[in-house]
Design a protein around this ligand. Structure first.
Ligand code: CUA
Length: 334
């Protein structure tokens, strides 16, 4: 249909490089073109009436109209139906954008002034370069070390704020190989406009190879060295979960939390991710990344029922990377 390619052939068209991009474009284009239609209708209607009913035309007196039910109902109901149509369509696409498939490939994102750090579950780290498989759902678990940033990939029609002290999520399914620019879309200081990166979309097999070797398809060892990415080559020595286990032991978490299912002073972490827990105030929560993070930073806030509020805070004692690693470790306990 005509709106699907409303910008085709012009320099301002962005590639539709994710599964949601065409859906979002269609909603945006429908809103744009209907607004444009009403603009034409109202503008030229106005010009026409100004000419037709100008006061210089003699012999006409303005009618005194008290009301017209039919007309009033029409101009209320028609726009209402139309607005609701746009609202529900937008909601439908938004939900598609927000839902995270359970088999999504997870990547941790940490934003800071003024760069993007990415860390993969196998321990591979990159800076300003997010490598993802094509046609596979990817989930980004994002946080910030300092101020609010906004992770923005125009080619994917994807934007999500990155907030210090909590996790935000976004997921996508990339459909186009190649490089797609990442921008920061929230003013975050003098380097804001330099906070750039790229998403590199590879075929799934090339992506798996890259995860292990750090090599792009067709890239020689020389080229890697030239690109200054030599330290990235080779398999990562420690997965994120293994790093988390180290932190877990170094910080003495094991004193209160078992990893095998036995209850100690605190709840066991075995099989805890995704579990439903009843809190001391009777409410229920699902253990997710944000709950784990909050329980490390602010342990008294949401106590699991039946346990004493005795955990000290680790605020300021753990870096965002260490918390990400702990979360990955807790996820791996099953
Ligand atoms: Cu980070 Cu703007």
């Amino acid at each position: 249909m005509f709106w699907q390619n409303a910008y085709a052939g012009t320099v301002i068209q962005l590639p539709q490089a994710s599964t949601v991009a065409p859906e979002i474009d269609m909603v945006a284009d429908i809103v744009f073109w209907t607004s444009f239609g009403f603009f034409i209708l109202i503008f030229f209607g106005m010009v026409y009436f100004v000419a037709k009913f100008h006061r210089s035309r003699k012999g006409r007196k303005t009618e005194y109209i008290l009301g017209h039910h039919g007309l009033e109902l029409a101009w209320t109901i028609i726009p209402l139906v139309f607005m609701l149509f746009i609202f529900f369509w937008g909601l439908y696409v938004y939900q598609d954008l927000r839902k995270v498939p359970s088999d999504a490939y997870e990547v941790n994102v940490v934003g800071r002034q003024w760069l993007w750090n990415f860390e993969y579950t196998n321990g591979r780290k990159t800076m300003n370069e997010l490598v993802v498989p094509k046609n596979k759902p990817v989930k980004l678990i994002m946080t910030s070390e300092d101020v609010i940033h906004s992770f923005f990939v125009p080619n994917f029609r994807l934007k999500q704020d990155v907030v210090p002290g909590m996790y935000t999520y976004i997921s996508f399914n990339a459909t186009m190989n190649g490089e797609h620019p990442i921008y920061c879309a929230e003013f975050c200081g003098t380097g804001h406009s330099d906070m750039l990166g790229k998403v590199v979309v590879l075929d799934e097999k090339d992506f798996e190879d890259w995860l292990i070797t750090g090599k792009y398809p067709g890239q020689s060892a020389d080229q890697i060295a030239q690109a200054g990415a030599a330290e990235q080559a080779g398999a990562p020595t420690q997965s994120l979960a293994e790093k988390g286990k180290e932190v877990f032991n170094a910080k003495g978490c094991f004193a209160c939390h078992s990893v095998d299912g036995t209850a100690k002073v605190g709840p066991t972490l075995f099989n805890s991710f995704g579990r439903k827990e009843e809190l001391s105030d009777g409410s229920m929560i699902v253990v997710d990344e944000n709950y784990i993070r909050e329980s490390i930073m602010d342990p008294q806030k949401k106590i699991v029922k039946g346990y004493p509020p005795s955990m000290p805070t680790f605020r300021g004692l753990l870096s965002d990377q260490e918390i990400n690693a702990l979360v990955a470790y807790i996820k791996s306990l099953k």
